[in-house]
Design a protein around this ligand. Structure first.
Ligand SMILES: Cc1ncc(C[n+]2csc(CCOP(=O)(O)OP(=O)(O)O)c2C)c(N)n1
Length: 318
């Protein structure tokens, strides 16, 4: 079933939860409460929500260092996510994964990955396991368009078609790979052509439209679950902040970013809700609900203990 009009307020709130989660991290990062690096997905909330909501809890996803939105949309508890950001024992990886390595098997969050394209074969491997076990679960790989120039992308797409795997490849194309415009590094204008070359159904959509993203994903999910193989979705979007904290953003103009703000997904869904009859107060209530969830997540994370030193030797193979 396509995303219904009744679900739109929930989708709006979910996107606000993701945005406020990351705005809170930006603040805490500036205060020195969060170490390491942080890659915000602000502006890319619609492909996360539209990409994860059509999935079942027991379906799995892999994502990148920018995957906080997908993690939350797949069901990761914001408190456990925030605690992980602060390196606390109550985090989803007990504070050992940090910003770039969220994981929670309970909600099907297989793994987030800092290696560009690293999560693509992980998702295909999970899909192969599901197929061999006779399960109807499916796997989804979320990655950026920079990943399509990695060898493992090509090897995985080829095998996914040959083996008819229940996997969906979602390429979030935000136009930049780190600080490089992607058209300077990629030989095709539209990266879905790469997937089509492997004999896979491949589409390019405006993924900042959460309804379109959800409905496109849902079709791909039904196909994969029915045993009819993989789909590639080139999800066009835009990141509103730099690649990571501290990025001076000298590779794009302020005008370009300002124009992108007019097309950003939360603003757009707000306009759509108003056109369907929602009032300013209705939207403010959803905003306040999201705000309260994130305030509670921050409080939980700040009050949580740091892991004990012994924890360094648990959950490791050797
Ligand atoms: C294998 C590998 N090479 C290089 C890097 C350094 N690196 C980190 S992010 C990035 C750009 C990735 O761009 P894209 O895939 O478009 O994702 P986005 O950051 O835009 O979400 C690069 C090259 C890396 N992490 N892994």
């Amino acid at each position: 079933m396509p995303l219904s009009i009744q679900q739109l307020p929930d989708a709006y709130r979910q996107m606000l939860i993701i945005r406020k989660f990351e705005e809170a991290i930006r603040t805490m990062f500036a205060q020195g409460k969060i170490r390491g690096s942080f890659h915000p997905c602000i502006g890319q909330e619609a492909p996360a929500v539209g990409g994860c909501w059509p999935l079942r809890k027991d379906d799995v996803i892999s994502c990148t260092y920018r995957g906080h939105g997908q993690a939350l949309a797949k069901g990761l508890d914001p408190r456990s996510a925030m605690a992980e950001m602060l390196g606390k024992a109550t985090g989803c990886c007990k504070g050992k994964g940090g910003s770039m390595h969220f994981s929670d098997p309970e909600v099907g969050l297989l793994v987030a990955n800092a290696i560009v394209a690293g999560g693509i074969p992980h998702a295909a491997g999970a899909a192969l396991a599901f197929k061999m076990a006779g399960s109807d679960q499916i796997a989804v790989a979320f990655f950026g368009e920079g990943a399509v120039n990695q060898g493992v992308f090509h090897e995985t797409l080829n095998l996914a078609v040959i083996w008819k795997l229940p996997v969906i490849f979602v390429c979030e194309n935000n136009l930049y790979s780190e600080m490089t415009p992607s058209h300077e590094t990629t030989s095709v204008k539209e990266v879905h052509e790469r997937a089509a070359a492997y004999g896979m159904e491949a589409v390019r959509i405006d993924a900042n439209d959460v309804e379109l993203m959800y409905n496109t994903m849902e079709t791909a999910v039904a196909k994969a679950r029915a045993g009819d193989g993989p789909t590639f979705i080139e999800a066009m979007t835009y990141r509103l902040y730099g690649h990571m904290m501290g990025d001076p953003e000298i590779y794009r103009t302020k005008e370009e970013v300002a124009q992108a703000r007019e097309r950003e997904p939360i603003h757009r869904l707000g306009l759509r809700l108003k056109s369907l009859g929602s009032s300013e107060d209705d939207l403010a209530r959803l905003d306040a609900e999201a705000e309260a969830i994130i305030a509670e997540a921050v409080r939980f994370a700040e009050d949580s203990p740091t892991p004990s030193p012994d924890e360094a030797f648990t959950d490791v193979f050797v």
